[in-house]
Each structure stands twice: as C-alpha cells, then as structure tokens.
Design a protein around this ligand. Sequence first.
Ligand SMILES: Nc1ncnc2c1ncn2[C@@H]1O[C@H](COP(=O)(O)OP(=O)(O)OP(=O)(O)O)[C@@H](O)[C@H]1O
Length: 386
Amino acid sequence: MALARVHAVASFVLAALLAQREHGGPPAKPDAGRGRGRGAAVDAGAARHRARGPGAGHQRADGAAHRPWRQGRARADRRAAPCHGGLAAASAFGGTGGARVCAAARAAGAGDGVRRWPGAWRMGASGRPRLSGAWLRGAGAAGGDSALYGTRAGRPGGGADSGVDGGGERNMAVEQKDGPVLRIRDLHFHFDTRPVFVDFCAQIEPGITWLRGANGMGKTTLLKLVAGALTANRGTIALDGIDCAAQPLAYRLAAFYCGGDLPDLPWLTVQEFLDLHLALYPAAQARLVERQLDAFGVTGTLGQALSTLSLGQHKKVQLSLALALPVRLLLLDEPFNGLDAAAVAYLRGQLAELGARQDVCVLLTSHLEPLVAVRRMLDLDRPQQA
Ligand SMILES: Nc1ncnc2c1ncn2[C@@H]1O[C@H](COP(=O)(O)OP(=O)(O)OP(=O)(O)O)[C@@H](O)[C@H]1O
C-alpha cells in the first residue's frame, strides 16, 4: 500500500517534470525550424545559415534557461530534466554547468566556425552513407565500426526516413533481443549563443563507449540530450527503437543519467532520494542499491539531507543508483570525479563487469583514461579523422 503510494507520487513527479520540459523548456522542439531552410545543404554557406538560423529563429530563453548553475541560473535547465533520475537527472543537469561545446561549430571549415561532421563517407550495408574512421577508434572490438556514422543531410525535415532507422520502433523487439542500440541521427542542437551539434550521428552498442573531447566540446551536452534532459532542435535519438522525444516515459525507463550535481529538492534525505528513484524504475531492486551503497561506504549517509553530502559522497550515492538500476543505457558524466582511490578502484571493477555485458550500453565521459575495457571511443575533438 505504501509502495503504491510512493509509486503514484513518483509517477506524478515524473509526469510533472516532463510536462515542464515540454512547456517550459527551451531549446526548441525537435521539429522547430523546419521549413526555414535550416537543414540540408552540405556547403559551408548552408552550415553558416544553419548556425545563425536557430538563434535568429528561436530567440527564446535558451541562454537563460541553460545558464550554468554557477552563474545563478533559474534552473530551467533542470526543468528540462528527464524524470528518471527525475531528480538526479535534474540535478545532474543543473550543475556541472560549465563549458559546453559545439563540436560541430568548432570543427574547422565553415567560416563562422560551424561545420558538419564530415568524415570519410562510404555506403553502409543498409545503403545509408556511413562515416568511417575517426570517431570510432574503437579498441578493436566488434561493432566499433558502427559506433558512429553520419547521414548526409539533404533531408532537412527528415521525414519518415530520418526517424528510427526506417521502422526502428517496429523493430524494437528484435533489437532488444540482440542487445541495446542507441541511435542518434542528424542531431542538431544549439544554445542561444552557439550551435553545438550539427548533423551529428552516432550509434552506441553494448559495452563501454568513451566519449572524449576537450573542455567545452559538448560531451555533457550530448549526454544530456541522450538522457532527454535537453531537447534536440532536430534529429532523432532512439534506444532500441524507442524515440526519446516521442516516447519520453518509455525511453527514460530504459536509461539513467549520472552526473555529479545536487538534485532538485536538495532537502530530501539520501534514503528518500533513493526511494523515489526505486519507485520510478519498477524493476529496480532496493537490495542492489544497498549493496552498492555499502561497497562505496556511504550507507551511513542515508539519513542525511542531500545538500549536506560532500562532493564525493554525492557522487557515490549517484553511482550506487546508476550501477543498481536495471537500465539498458547508462550515461556516466565524469564518474571518477570526486572519488577517493578506493572508490575509483571499485568503480573500475564495476565498469569492467558492465562492459562485458551485452544488455547494457555505457556511455561515459572522462578526462582521465578510464582504465577499463573501452569498446569504442567517440572523440569530439576529431570529427573527421579517417
Ligand atoms: N546553458 C548554456 N548556454 C549557452 N552555452 C552553453 C550552455 N551550456 C553549455 N554551453 C556551451 O556549450 C558548449 C558545450 O559544453 P559541454 O559542457 O557540453 O562541454 P564538455 O565537453 O562537457 O566540457 P567539459 O569537458 O569542460 O565538461 C560549451 O562551449 C559551453 O560554453
């Protein structure tokens, strides 16, 4: 009975967060801007146009909404947070703030600093053009070749073909049987001041994918987009055929974003925070979370308010949740930050186990070598290496 109540409350919070995101939150909805000629051409001029277009076309409060926490933002960024992690995510999304990028924008080429993700094009088996090389300098494991690819723009609105791989949602059962697959197609995202991703495509498969890049290149932004905390201006993000924008609840139940920031509702105790998340993920098991808390040595914090945790304690609580939840996509933003040596060693062991599993994709950012078996790398600094 009590559990049912928690569940109901959690669902309500979830729905409210999503509603807020949809109604309150920049950036623009995925389709925004269609028909304004922002999409397709591959030339630098068109890229420039695109780069300016969104800003000009959406003088919404993007900037205000996503101002870094330390600049005192009004937490609209949090409003954009996904639910699972509803709070965790919200927090995570809020906080690290800081520099974010525009990988696309920076990549040389277009005079205004914006360019597409060129790369070495070749035809994939599906008949779609694919980007080889560069990005997927995988550690040689199978599937590295498919970690990231681009599709030529030319279908600005996307149409049916720009969705989830022409029927990916219909293929969901097949994909789940084969292991999770995250597909990012023709992703466009800009803050009010700058574009961040232009025609970005990637495919993430089971195992650990190390998302690399210099400060401000867009790693956190990409994780937030994939988590559903930020909404793409255009393009699709789908996990096992479940579209992040079209089926947000179903999508979020399969994914978890682990950042390092204080959550909204910082007055919650750690126990309450965990209970809320356990309620949000019906298949989650409390004993697995407890085991992780114990391993990280933070069981003693259960009665503390979240706001009283140290940086490392907070990270450990978040990681305990992340490692225990039955999700198919785990997004870990600088998971080693703030951890003591013992926790780093423990986390590496856990990642090694996760990396060997075929039922979960782990996308992690880390400025330090993770020192775990990385299946492939996405390097935002090197978009066009072949
Ligand atoms: N709310 C915002 N409004 C405007 N620009 C932003 C906002 N948040 C981030 N940016 C910009 O977007 C770019 C990408 O930032 P992001 O945090 O994704 O980079 P990062 O690769 O994770 O950086 P780091 O390695 O320092 O964590 C940066 O250039 C940053 O200045």
